[in-house]
Structure formats: structure tokens, C-alpha cells
Design a binder for this molecule. Structure first.
Ligand SMILES: Cc1ncc(COP(=O)(O)O)c(C=O)c1O
Length: 436
């Protein structure tokens, strides 16, 4: 293990806080995805721009970005101002307010498939209602998802998740009956999808159009177009889960970038600039199911004014600055991937980096990771140790390998990151901590 650079325990306060939290908060963290962080789940004290600060006073260049939402960086002025304005006005009405229509218009302006939308609180919820809408609109029951794609924590689609060797459930306590109508298919395989679509009862095919959670895997040439054609021919709705890619891969998300337009898209994460909000956007005739109340879309907090105001501010800034923000994100993503590849190669550490624009995924692996099977063979423990060593160097990455850059990252951040990665890679190589 690489030692703390200071020689003392630079995470003492985080350790204490974690122990304290675990006495009342089951597991000591509020979401399972934070639990695996080494040496201990870090307790943050604040964030600004591309940096986070923990309660021990350590500062980090942050490539985790709250698991994706902070596309504009931490505490972006536009979002803070919008939230403050809204807080001063009212924080919840249980009634209509202007920001929800502002937001719906902004989504319909920017997301190619969006003729109408609905607004919800989290990605998981939005996926759930998207499936309900698809079933109502088609009068069919089954749903096809893909091995290694992630669509949130709710039971029906928590099968064949990233890192799972089979189509089994993701967690104890899951109702196996909830997934009875879900077929898990291999991704990037049009023949397999065509065969699955022989079943005439398929309401929807849902996918991450860039398989970010399964390793930032890119669809093969013609695959997305092929899926579009097959689903249209089958009368099945195509749902893109753009919870990660929405607003991040382009203003109009993966559908804009790849030029394939789904019937419905699920949005979340970056949409709220850090506040909880999500949406389902798509064809007006499909969302008519909600407009006519045939499909009930309920939720006490749906489009709460603070989250809605934040999201309006996020989309507004992205629209105004699209010509500079997206090329910058692209360049930052490319540079971060190059730094990781070059400095680990120099040290003989077998790091593979898949990256598209402002997102990526890194693995300790001796072979390229181009499909879910290769992800399963990568050395996840070695990557967690790599992430822990980077933390000691003031660089925060998600311990399973996901990488995000924001519009707030700077050239100085990249320079610091290069030096940090070089030191960590040399130390790992010297102590033979990698054996992928
Ligand atoms: C592609 C994708 N869909 C859905 C979700 C679920 O979103 P949430 O965590 O907001 O429920 C996630 C979360 O990471 C995701 O990455």
C-alpha cells in the first residue's frame, strides 16, 4: 500500500466521521456506491470549481463530480444564484410554478427526441416511469435491457448489471418476480436483439447509448442505427437512458452526438447541476399517455422549485456557452485519458482507459476492454488501490474507475494530475501491486 504522503493519517477526521456515522447511518454512507472507497469513505467539507476539500483539510482535484452531475463544476455561480433566488421566493408549493414550464421548454429545445417531457426526482424513478409509459403506449409487457448496462437501483431492471457475470439480480432482497418481464441481451449484437424482438410482446428496448457504467464502451459501427431500425420495425419503443450522457456528451446528449433519435430518453445527473431532478423526454404521442392521465405520474417532490430552478440555470448556461464548453470538455477528457495512459505506460502499469468526451472509465487490465466480459476480467482491486494512492496525491477518482471532467477543470489541474499519476504509477510498479 502506498503510504500517506504526510506520514501521519491524513484521513483521521474522515475515519472518525465514518465511525460516528456508522453508529446511526447503516453502513456509514448514504449510498452503496460510496462504500468501497479506500482507505475510508471520505467526508467532504466543501467543493468549488474542479476541487473538493475534505474535513481533514485535504484538497482534491475531483474527477468523480458527485458521480457525474457536476458538469459545470462544484458550486457553479449560475446554479447557486438560481437556487438562492428560488429559496428566497419559495421552496415548495405542491402546485404549478413557472420554473417547471421553463425547464420543460428548455429540455424540449435542447434534446432532439423531446417533443414533451415529464419531470421527476432521480434517474431510477425516471427509468421506472419511462417503462410504464412504454407499456401503456404499446399495450405490450416485456422490456429488453442489455448485459452490463445500469438503469438505477429499482428492482425490475436490476438484473445483468455492470460487473455481474450473468443476468441475475443485483442485490439481496430483490423481488425476482419484478424482472420476469425483462429479457437481458448482449449489447452490440444486432442478431441477438433481432432474435429477442421475435417475441411480439416487447414494449421497449432500453440501453445506455454509450455503455458508460459497463466500461464506457462505444457501440460498433451501425449498431445504434440497427437498433433503431429493428425497434421501429417491431413497433417497440427505443429508450435511451441518458442519465449520464445527457447534456454531458453534447448539449443534446448521446442522441445528438451519435445521430440516432430514440422514442424516449431518460435524463438526470448533469441536468440538475448537483440538485436532484430527472426527466423523461420524447415523442408527444407517447407522452400523451401521461397527458391524458392514463399513465399516472406522481411524486410529491416532482419538479420541486429549487431543483427546477437549478436545472433551468444549467441548461441556460450550457446553451449560452455551448460553443466553448463542449470543445473544452472534449479536450479535457482527451487530455486526462492521455495523461493516464502515458504515465502508467511509462511505469509499466497496465492501465486501460476508455474515454469519450467528458467521461471515461479506467481499468487495470492487460487487454483492451471492449466488452462486458473484458470488464469482468479487469483487476478491480488493483484499480481501487490506484484510486486510493491518487487520493494521497490530491486527485479524487471514483474507485470503480469511472472518470468525469467538468467545464471548471483547468490546465493546472491536468498538470498536477500528470505528476500525481506518474508518482503513483511508479510506486505501484516498484511494489508490484499490479498483476492484471
Ligand atoms: C445510466 C444510469 N441510469 C440511471 C441511473 C440512476 O440514477 P439515480 O442514481 O439518480 O437514481 C444511473 C445512476 O448512476 C445511471 O448511471
Amino acid at each position: 500500500m502506498i503510504r500517506s504522503t504526510s506520514g501521519t493519517d491524513r484521513y483521521a477526521a474522515s475515519r472518525g466521521q465514518h465511525e460516528r456515522a456508522a453508529r446511526s447511518l447503516a453502513g456509514g454512507v448514504a449510498t452503496a456506491f460510496r462504500a468501497p472507497q479506500l482507505p475510508v469513505p471520505i467526508t467532504m467539507a466543501g467543493g468549488s470549481g474542479s476541487h473538493l476539500r475534505d474535513i481533514d483539510g485535504n484538497e482534491y482535484i475531483d474527477y468523480g463530480l458527485a458521480f457525474g452531475p457536476m458538469l459545470l463544476g462544484h458550486s457553479p455561480a449560475s446554479v447557486i444564484e438560481a437556487v438562492q433566488r428560488q429559496v428566497a421566493t419559495g421552496i415548495g408549493y405542491g402546485a404549478s410554478h413557472r420554473a417547471e414550464a421553463d425547464l420543460a421548454e428548455a429540455i424540449c429545445r435542447t434534446v432532439p427526441c423531446a417533443e414533451r417531457c415529464i419531470i421527476s426526482n432521480s434517474g431510477s424513478e425516471a427509468v421506472h416511469i419511462a417503462l410504464r409509459i412504454a407499456r401503456a403506449a404499446t399495450g405490450r409487457r416485456r422490456v429488453i435491457k442489455f448485459q452490463g448496462h445500469f438503469h438505477g437501483w429499482l428492482d425490475p431492471l436490476s438484473v445483468g448489471n455492470p460487473g455481474s457475470p450473468d443476468a441475475g439480480p443485483a442485490t439481496a432482497g430483490q423481488d425476482p418476480g419484478a424482472s420476469e418481464s425483462v429479457t437481458v441481451c448482449p449489447w452490440n449484437d444486432l442478431d441477438a436483439l433481432a432474435a429477442a424482438l421475435d417475441d411480439v410482446d416487447v414494449a421497449a428496448v432500453i440501453m445506455e447509448p454509450l455503455a458508460v457504467n459497463g466500461g464506457c464502451l462505444v457501440a460498433g459501427p451501425g449498431y445504434l442505427e440497427g437498433v433503431r431500425r429493428l425497434t421501429s420495425n417491431a413497433g417497440t419503443l427505443l429508450i435511451f437512458d441518458e442519465v449520464i450522457t445527457g447534456f454531458r456528451l453534447a448539449l443534446g446528449g448521446a442522441q445528438e452526438r451519435f445521430g440516432v433519435i430514440p422514442d424516449l430518453a431518460v435524463l438526470g445527473k448533469a441536468l440538475g447541476g448537483g440538485l436532484p431532478i430527472s426527466a423523461v423526454a420524447g415523442r408527444a404521442d407517447v407522452l400523451e399517455e401521461v397527458a391524458t392521465w392514463r399513465v399516472r405520474h406522481a411524486g410529491t417532490f416532482n419538479a420541486n422549485p429549487i431543483s427546477a430552478a437549478a436545472a433551468v440555470a444549467v441548461i441556460g448556461q450550457l446553451e449560452r456557452e455551448a460553443a466553448t464548453i463542449y470543445p473544452r470538455l472534449e479536450s479535457l477528457g482527451d487530455q486526462l485519458a492521455a495523461i493516464l495512459r502515458e504515465e502508467t505506460a511509462n511505469a509499466g502499469v497496465p492501465l486501460v482507459v476508455n474515454q469519450v468526451g467528458a467521461m471515461g472509465y479506467a481499468f487495470v487490465s492487460n487487454v483492451p476492454v471492449t466488452d462486458h466480459d473484458a470488464l469482468l476480467r479487469a483487476d478491480a482491486d488493483a484499480f481501487r488501490r490506484f484510486a486510493a494512492a491518487l487520493l494521497d496525491e490530491g486527485v479524487h477518482v471514483i474507485s470503480r474507475g469511472l472518470l468525469y471532467v467538468s467545464a471548471a477543470h483547468t490546465d493546472a489541474d491536468l498538470e498536477h494530475t500528470r505528476a500525481a499519476v506518474a508518482r503513483v504509477a511508479q510506486a505501484m510498479s516498484a511494489t508490484s501491486q499490479v498483476n492484471a
